[in-house]
Ligand binder design. Structure first.
Ligand code: NAD
Length: 561
């Protein structure tokens, strides 16, 4: 277990001076430290970045060893990180990644939560969640656009293009879930967020993601329904357990238009069981985890039963990527899969063109660099309304958390253009230091997750995990600065394999090539994954873009290409 031994406050160095031997190593060091910045991480003393138990390093000693290694690492060396521990450095070459990461990978027959915990307790592994273990987390803003676009898709499908005049009820105000209130108000809606932990409610209010807090359910509903009637955007936090309060909301017949959830359901030990005090919760988790898990699953069954009752009444309901349906099913509620996951419901068509969320991070620490990049992107993508609308909204609403960063949803072709814009700005000295470019693991070619990104694939290939592995190998071969392969992020151990990558734009001609290859091939693998599954738009798009897909040519009877 990581524990807090050696814990201290960590923040990434700012400015244009190197503390490592090159910008690639410096970028890895700054991003690792940024993951643990108290303004960014949810529980930095425990090395937990977000997602319940998603860590950046296995222990503080391991953190120190990684930092010391990055400081010495040469431009033709690669550090291997096995579940948050620097295990080796090998001589490779200049184009190779400086860091290769594998987190929480377990042989499939052993890939159960119980065995993972045994290995974690023995100090042999670490849960990396998604961007925590691959050093690309940037705070709740990292998921903000994705959450914004998901709710925009709901607005388009059901509510005439806006959430004005609608009420959403959700739960969980953690690292990812904390983006929900702002994403919903940015779409014009009213949202009630249930959260058991007062500190999380306070944090979201402090960071500008949540507008107000209610004293109790009556108060929350009165304020929410008044704002809904006035078509006024408002987010309200309520300290409450969703398994207890959502059934109450159902029994009161509250007119809920949209309902979802982002509690940490992917690991039942992290889901709060109603009726237990903080102390009883801690005791039961530590001393009788089996009983805790049974009680958490029963509570999740109550929670999902309430979501399902809302769905039956016509409320728009979807799972928001935390595996709560399968946990509720294990807890005895057999209609848990009556409502869909959000990728299958809203995002898959975007994945066919590899539209997903990139992020760029100003390693200088200077927000002015992000403003310069915003201006250049507004020019480059002037004819793309979704990009320009987002960049303007983000500049207005997103506060700096740790190293200044921006996310942007871009597809195949667009990502390479964005990478070039950024590398040129660094080359021309228009920004103060190099820029790290990465993405969510929740992307079109980088993940196999049958309860989320690959739920209900057209050809039934939901559980095929070759795709993320190929994506990681391709990124490493294309010039990514670091690549991570991970297991269990999002919906939990045994339920996903996914990969992350970061490539550094340092303005050099070599970076121009590496950025171009990575920002082309990474999304390209997503187009191919969806074309291979038979999605007509992906097949057509791959052909339009000239992506070489031998198997599709053979299948189409065009012979061997
Ligand atoms: P987190 O651990 O930071 O926050 C979870 C929050 O849920 C905590 O604040 C906790 O107090 C609260 N909570 C737990 N049980 C509750 C209950 N019964 N009622 C009310 N509140 C409760 O996690 P996070 O980073 O916000 O991620 C949330 C979930 O989403 C995780 O399961 C994660 O794996 C998943 N996830 C989603 C996405 C996405 O794009 N939607 C991406 C990555 C991960």
């Amino acid at each position: 277990m990581a524990g807090t031994a050696g814990a201290r406050t960590v923040r990434a160095p700012h400015g244009g001076d190197l503390t490592c031997r090159g910008w690639a190593q410096e970028a890895a060091l700054r991003m690792l430290m940024n993951n643990l910045d108290p303004d960014v991480a949810e529980r930095p003393e425990d090395l937990v970045v977000y997602g319940g138990n998603g860590r950046a390093a296995r222990s503080w000693r391991d953190f120190d060893a990684i930092v010391a290694t990055l400081r010495r690492l040469a431009d033709d060396e690669t550090m291997l990180v096995q579940s948050g521990r620097a295990v080796a450095v090998f001589r490779t070459h200049e184009w190779a990644p400086r860091v290769l990461i594998s987190n929480a990978m377990i042989v499939p027959e052993w890939a159960t939560l119980e065995e993972f915990r045994r290995l974690e307790d023995a100090g042999l592994t670490m849960f990396g969640q998604m961007t925590a273990g691959s050093w690309a987390y940037i705070g709740s803003q990292g998921i903000l656009q994705s959450t914004f676009e998901t709710f925009a898709a709901v607005a388009d499908r059901r509510f005439g293009g806006t959430l004005a005049g609608t009420l959403t009820v959700t739960a969980g105000l953690g690292g990812m879930g904390g983006a929900q209130p702002l994403a919903i108000t940015m779409n014009g809606g009213v949202v009630l967020c249930l959260e058991v932990d007062q500190a999380k409610i306070d944090r979201r209010m402090r960071l500008g993601y949540l507008d107000a807090q209610a004293d109790d359910l009556d108060h929350a509903l009165a304020v929410a329904l008044a704002a809904k009637d006035q078509r006024r955007a408002l987010s309200i936090g309520l300290r409450a357990n969703a398994a207890e309060v959502l059934p109450e909301i159902v029994s009161r017949d509250v007119p809920v238009d949209i309902a979802t959830d982002q509690t940490s359901a992917h690991d039942p030990l992290l889901y709060a069981v109603p009726g237990l005090s903080e102390r009883e919760t801690a005791d039961l988790r530590a001393n009788d985890p089996r009983t805790y898990v049974l009680r958490a699953r029963a509570s999740m069954a109550d929670h999902v039963r309430a979501l399902s009752a809302l769905h039956d009444r016509g409320t728009e309901v979807f799972e928001y990527g935390n595996g709560i349906r399968v946990e509720a099913d294990l807890g005895g509620f057999k209609r848990a899969f009556d409502f869909p996951g959000f990728i299958a419901a809203y995002i898959r068509p975007l994945f066919c063109e590899a539209k997903g969320h990139c992020r760029w991070i100003a390693l200088s620490g200077d927000p002015a660099d992000i403003a310069v990049i915003d201006a250049a992107m507004l020019e480059e993508f002037a004819d793309n309304q979704s990009v320009t609308r987002w960049l303007r909204l983000a500049a207005r609403h997103v506060r700096v958390q740790g190293l200044p960063a921006r996310t942007c949803m871009l597809g195949y072709g667009e990502r390479a253009r964005a990478g070039k814009v950024i590398n040129d700005l660094v080359r021309d000295g228009k920004v103060r230091a190099p820029v790290a470019i990465g993405r969510e693991h929740l992307d079109s070619g980088s993940v196999a997750s049958p309860y989320r990104e690959t739920e209900g694939m057209l050809d039934g290939s939901d559980a095929i995990a070759d795709w993320p592995v190929l994506n990681a190998l391709l990124n490493a071969s294309s010039g990514a600065t670091w690549v991570g392969v991970q297991h269990g992020g999002g919906t939990g151990i045994g339920r996903s394999v996914h990969t992350g990558m970061v490539v550094i734009a340092d303005g050099t001609p070599l970076a121009a090539l590496r950025v171009d290859r990575v920002m082309t091939n990474d999304p390209g693998s997503g187009v191919v994954r969806h074309a291979d599954a038979g999605y007509p738009r992906a097949v057509e798009f791959a052909a339009e873009q000239g992506i070489w897909t031998p198997s599709l040519s053979v299948e189409a009877g065009k012979g061997t290409p």
